[in-house]
Design a protein around this ligand. Structure first.
Ligand code: PMV
Length: 327
């Protein structure tokens, strides 16, 4: 019987964003999305089966070395219960999850976190779960986690029970990302709450969903052609479209700060100077720059010198979620 499993997954950053839920219970996205997995932002999760009866011994969750309290602990515990309710596993579990980057600041930690957890839990299941099933299950934890199962460049459609599919293997992606970290305070409005608020209050929500579907199709073609200019321009404009929907939500979802705005302006200047670089940001203040692999180090230097940037992370395209040990 399996006792302990460690799995690792890379976070991913969307080039076409998922923002909005089609069905909250099954966590299906209202917008199709496309992402790049990042080798430098990983979560490593160890799951241990420590008892037969979770009603006697509740699951135990540690995130980055501390017992998980509040929403994050409850979310992970709820996710393990979902696997039990679906009849995929039984017993009680302890989860030890470690991120090598700031957690809960809008820097995609739920993508790698739930992908690593799903990959580890699958090893305790009697059922054979292939990558498609695993991606669907990861999506139930966090929509973006479905894409981290696939790694490389991955696409998650907005169909009724979607799984992400890998469009390009990590080694075949000619680009990487520099992530400029601008602050490590936890974000105020989580993505589920934010998405629900946007759907119910933003007058731009319908337009955003239409734009995202259009951008998804155009992005599939730009990526097939490995065309950085088209891919980058689309990623940047899709990010602004999502932010417009967020900003017109009531109360407004203003995830950016002064440093974010500074960086978004700076990327325009760098392009005018001839650098092939494009920017995107999620539900948080950090900025991710897409560029050719050969330009990443120089770009990291430029980003690090911008006032207010506290750290930079250089990432090549990341691998699919994988099991690293099993006892
Ligand atoms: O996977 P979630 O529920 O944390 O939502 C992700 C939302 C964005 O990061 C803003 C966009 C995306 O597609 O990753």
């Amino acid at each position: 019987m399996t006792r302990r499993v460690t799995a690792r997954a890379c976070a991913n950053i969307a080039l076409v964003k998922y923002w909005g839920k089609r069905d909250e219970r099954r966590n299906t996205p209202a917008t199709p999305s496309i992402s790049l997995a990042l080798s430098g932002l990983t979560t490593t999760t160890t799951v241990e089966r420590f008892g037969d009866d979770p009603s006697e011994m509740p699951d135990h969750v540690e995130l980055n070395g501390d017992a998980a309290r509040g929403d994050s602990g409850a979310r992970v515990a709820g996710y393990i219960s979902l696997w039990r309710d679906l009849g995929l596993i039984d017993g009680a579990y302890a989860v030890y999850s470690q991120n090598d980057f700031p957690t809960g600041t809008g820097l995609a930690s739920s993508s790698s976190g739930f992908a690593a957890l799903a990959a580890a839990l699958a090893e305790f299941s009697e059922q054979k779960l292939n990558a498609v099933n695993l991606s669907r299950l990861a999506r139930r934890g966090s929509g973006s986690a479905a894409r981290s199962i696939a790694g490389g460049i991955a696409a998650l459609p907005s169909t009724s029970d979607p799984a992400a599919r890998r469009l390009v293997e990590p080694n075949d992606v000619p680009w990487g990302m520099v992530v400029a970290i601008v602050e490590t305070a936890p974000k105020t409005v989580g993505s589920t709450e934010g998405m629900n608020l946007s759907r119910s209050t933003s007058p731009y929500y319908g337009s955003w969903v239409t734009i995202a579907k259009h951008d998804y199709r155009a992005m599939l073609s730009a990526i097939r052609d490995r065309d950085l200019v088209r891919t980058g321009e689309l990623a940047e404009s899709n990010c602004y479209a999502m932010q417009a929907c967020m900003l017109t939500t009531h109360p407004p979802l203003l995830y950016w700060n002064e440093v974010t705005t500074r960086l978004m302006r700076r990327v325009l200047a760098w392009r005018r100077e001839g650098v092939r670089v494009y920017a995107t940001a999620d539900a948080g203040p950090h900025v991710c720059f897409l560029a050719d692999r050969a330009d990443l180090d120089a770009l990291a230097g430029k980003a690090a010198s911008v006032e207010g940037v506290t750290d930079v992370n250089v990432s090549l395209p990341g691998a699919p979620a994988e099991v690293v040990s099993k006892e």
